[in-house]
Write a protein that binds this ligand. Structure first.
Ligand code: FE
Ligand code: FE
Ligand code: ZN
Length: 281
């Protein structure tokens, strides 16, 4: 069965997210660890985790995909910005141990003109300071669209970053379909070739989750504007092939499309149908 969910508001805690996710027929979900500006985060309440465990059938089997604030920049040229990113990630990873065994996804960073090489060095420095071989959370590096000076537009950049991390066994990759399409990887016409390339450069064993999004823009646009499933330039047929692909089909798929909850329920149903029947070929 396809494992799919969407991004949910974490403001009311895990049990509330679990109830919402069940009402959408999701069996995983994503959430921000704190508000996207990256300010204060409350500790995870163990009673809330217990309540979530009691109502969530997939507890401990299908990982949830937490998302770091997207405003963090561990490769800023400013030391205080890097320090803030490092402290926030460390704090999030510590808090997530209250709900062990899940994923923590982050955007690698923006090199701001220092060059990808320097960006990668600074991100690795940050991650080497926060990752521990004892943590139960796997940190996922997200493939990026290459907007502005984003690091992680190519599989090579992600690979180089992973190579510089000591606790590499705690690191995986989250593939965002909108981002790689915008980054120039043609998943509409050459999905097999793109995944072969991913395997050659990074290794499919590192691929832990997929952000399933359509894109408002054409291949290689480097824009990063998500679209509803089937309403963008990637399209439902291609995204159906993504969820059915043997290398991907067992991963958690997260929708980050511009939707309210009913729109997500509709997309989850549509993708479950596409996964089962292939009827949207
Ligand atoms: Fe993201
Ligand atoms: Fe994403
Ligand atoms: Zn995006």
């Amino acid at each position: 069965m396809l494992h799919i969910g969407c991004h949910l508001s974490s403001s009311k805690g895990f049990a509330a997210m679990g109830k919402t996710a069940l009402s959408l027929k999701a069996d995983t979900f994503a959430f921000f660890t704190r508000n996207p500006r990256g300010s204060k985060a409350k500790a995870i309440d163990p009673r809330d985790v217990e309540a979530f465990k009691a109502l969530w059938p997939a507890y401990g089997t299908i990982p949830l995909v937490a998302h770091a604030p997207y405003t963090l920049n561990p490769c800023s040229s400013k030391e205080e910005v890097r320090t803030f990113a490092r402290e926030t990630i460390a704090d999030d990873l510590a808090k997530l141990e209250a709900i062990p065994g899940n994923y923590y996804n982050m955007h690698p960073g923006n090199h701001l003109g220092q060059g990808a090489e320097q960006g990668i060095a600074l991100i690795a420095e940050c991650l080497n300071a926060v990752l521990s071989p004892d943590q139960s959370t796997t940190l996922l590096l997200e493939t990026m669209a290459g907007k502005g000076t984003e690091v992680g537009r190519t599989f090579e950049e992600i690979r180089e970053l992973i190579d510089r991390i000591d606790a590499r066994e705690k690191v995986g990759v989250c593939l965002d379909t909108c981002h790689i399409w915008d980054g120039g990887y043609d998943i509409v016409n050459h999905l097999d070739a793109v995944l072969t390339e991913f395997d050659r450069v990074i290794g499919l064993d590192r691929l832990k989750a997929v952000h399933l999004n359509d894109s408002k823009n054409p291949l290689g646009a480097h824009k990063d504007r998500h679209e509803k499933i089937g309403e963008g330039q990637i399209g439902l047929a291609a995204l159906g092939r993504v969820v059915r692909h043997p290398a991907l089909k067992d991963l958690p798929f997260i929708l980050e499309t511009p939707n309210e909850l009913p729109g997500y329920a509709h997309e989850i149903e549509m993708m479950r149908e596409a996964a089962e029947t292939g009827s949207h070929e």
